[in-house]
Unconditional design. Structure first.
Length: 87
């Protein structure tokens, strides 16, 4: 909630160059693609858990790792978006 309010009332100082903003937007796109890939992997592991319950523990560990990376990427995207408010 605070982030949305901050984005609405923030006055940009234009300290980020156009080239840097383009690079950061590309970084966001790459992170979003990575999140999509990891989400698909999680779905595959969930299917494998249903098909092969014998290795459920292994699949759950991999799901946990993917969720950890997704969270880290989401946090990084939020940081970049806040930085881009100055563009």
């Amino acid at each position: 909630m605070f982030k949305n309010l901050f984005k609405k009332i923030y006055k940009s100082r234009k300290t980020v160059s156009k080239e840097e903003a383009d690079k950061l937007n590309k970084d966001i796109s790459n992170l979003e693609q990575e999140i999509d890939n990891r989400t698909k992997q999680i779905e595959k592991f969930e299917t494998l858990i249903q098909e092969d319950p014998k290795h459920k523990k292994r699949y759950l560990e991999r799901i946990h790792v993917h969720k950890k990376f997704i969270k880290e990427h989401m946090d990084e995207i939020q940081k970049i978006e806040m930085f881009l408010l100055d563009s």
